[in-house]
Design a binder for this molecule. Structure first.
Ligand code: BG6
Length: 491
């Protein structure tokens, strides 16, 4: 069981969650900059002001704010993404630490709001481009391969307020223009790209909202379609600009099991997989909507206008590899009392699997499910190249007086997942790498907490923004360093 020599060992970070410096370097605000913290049981929300002056709350990712309204910051509230863990000012130190661990790859996002803060009309923001060039140069010193994600729920906020978000087809051109700038400006440094992060999460907003109207559903499917087209166009462009580019579009690993062997549960689970995983992976890999898409649209009562030109774009913009995240699995049942209320990655709270332990945030830990997921994708898509982007455990870590952090639970978590991926590779799965979430502590996307830590590197900052921002190595830091040095052979 030996992994390929060029296996991409590494980690992941994302601009809004790690950078801070939210209003520095001419960066435009993004929706996340307006989100206050929640917790395990409380979702995050932003405030906006309507044209009549009324202040209203809007749930994270809902993207639904009335025409003419503007996001506002409320005095006295804490906005954790404003400071995050301040990678913006600490990136040299952070990259050196990742280099010390022997990282082969780092999956990071380039912030659209830094590079093109005012969209096509506003042009390129030199300061934003310079920042990322400097990050890539630093990575090059340590032979760390960048895997750049272009979109992770972080377009400049004016696209939501003034354009109406992704349901506006103009967004396709806006995104492709931003992608083009990245492909050209960072050509020398970046050869692995990801267009969208967890493209299958968007539908969760209507699935989780019991009052979602047909109009909401129609809009969501249009948004998705526009993202598929934008992704395919960007994929084509990446290949044209540099034939060496490898580019994928990422899926959130919403992997599930039937709750029982009742055939009804088996069918319910199959349907869940079609609606939430394969619908996306099929378009990304095969370049067209699957046969069951018509059933999905009928159930949601949406009428999607797909032009012949759209079909050609999808067919000619297929991905080179499939990146996906993997945190937990869930169970699906036809029985209403057991019904899963999966409403998004942050709320893995329903329909528990009795065979699995869970994290402090209630996410069920299932390393064997990773092997299952890898083999399922590999088999379905003819040994298509896969990449695990994001796998990790959110936990409360204790900083000891001597600045050590004993996070054996994190070592155990990653060890078991690496064992599982090795077994899948041994079975013939074409796996390019494993980049774990989040290598350096950062702000939780779902809850906005800083105490929900995922990193091998501890950052001294708390939920209130109090702390020194000093970096400390956790026990898992030394463990992962050893794993990389041995290419996983010593697991
Ligand atoms: C992934 C997201 O789905 O889940 C990350 O891509 C996120 O941005 C991660 O941080 C873990 O979720 P959370 O809510 O614990 O930050």
């Amino acid at each position: 069981m030996t992994l390929p020599k060029n296996f991409l060992w590494g980690g992941d970070i994302s601009a809004t969650q790690i950078e801070g410096g939210w209003s520095e370097g001419n960066k435009a605000p993004v929706e996340t900059d307006y989100l206050i913290s929640g917790d395990k049981n409380t979702p995050r929300y932003a405030y906006y002001q309507t044209q009549d002056g009324e202040i209203v709350k809007s749930l994270q990712f809902s993207g639904k704010i009335p025409k003419g309204a503007k996001y506002v910051l409320k005095e006295g509230k804490i906005y954790p993404n404003h400071f995050a863990t301040d990678f913006y000012h600490h990136y040299k130190e952070d990259i050196a630490l990742l280099g010390e661990m022997g990282f082969k790859a780092l999956n990071l996002t380039v912030s659209w709001a830094r590079v093109m803060p005012n969209g096509i009309n506003g042009g390129i923001n030199k300061e934003g481009v310079e920042f990322y060039l400097s990050v890539f140069k630093e990575m090059q010193k340590f032979h760390i391969e960048p895997i750049v994600t272009l979109y992770k729920y972080d377009m400049p906020a004016f696209y939501i307020t003034d354009f109406g978000g992704w349901s506006n087809r103009q967004m396709i051109d806006e995104f492709v223009a931003f992608a083009k700038v990245c492909f050209k400006k960072f050509k020398k440094y970046v050869h692995y790209w990801v267009t969208f992060n967890e493209i299958n999460i968007l539908k969760m907003t209507i699935d989780g909202e019991k009052d979602a109207t047909v109009k909401d559903k129609q809009r969501t499917f249009e948004e998705l379609h526009n993202q598929f087209i934008a992704s395919a166009k960007a994929i084509r462009l990446a290949h044209e600009i540099n034939p060496k580019n490898k580019i994928g579009c990422m899926i959130c690993g919403l992997f599930t099991y039937p709750r029982t062997c009742n055939p009804e549960d088996i069918l319910a689970n199959q349907k869940y997989e079609e609606d939430n995983l394969f619908y996306y992976a099929d378009v990304i890999i095969r370049g067209h909507y699957p046969s069951y898409a018509k059933r999905v649209w009928k159930e949601y009562r949406v009428d999607l206008q797909i032009t012949e030109e759209d079909k050609k774009i999808l067919a000619s913009g297929k991905a080179d590899f499939l990146p996906f995240s993997y945190y937990f699995t869930n169970c699906i049942s036809e029985d209403a009392s057991q019904k899963s209320t999966l409403t998004g990655i942050t709320s893995n709270t329903s329909n528990k699997n009795p065979y699995l332990e869970e994290t402090q945030w209630g996410w069920q830990i299932d390393p064997k499910g990773l092997k299952y997921a890898l083999e399922m994708f590999s088999d379905r898509y003819d040994n298509f190249p896969l990449l695990i982007i994001e796998n990790g455990i959110g936990a409360i870590d204790k900083l000891e007086d001597d600045h050590t952090i004993h996070d054996q639970y994190r070592i155990d978590y990653h060890r078991e997942h690496i064992k599982a991926l090795k077994e899948a590779v041994d079975d013939g799965v074409n796996l390019l790498g494993y980049t774990m979430w989040s290598c350096i502590d950062l702000v939780s996307a779902g809850t906005g907490e800083l105490r929900k830590r995922y990193g091998f590197i501890y950052v001294d900052i708390d939920d209130q923004g109090q702390g020194t921002f000093n970096r400390y190595k956790k026990d898992s830091f030394y463990w992962y360093k050893d794993v990389i040095a041995n290419n996983g052979d010593n697991i």
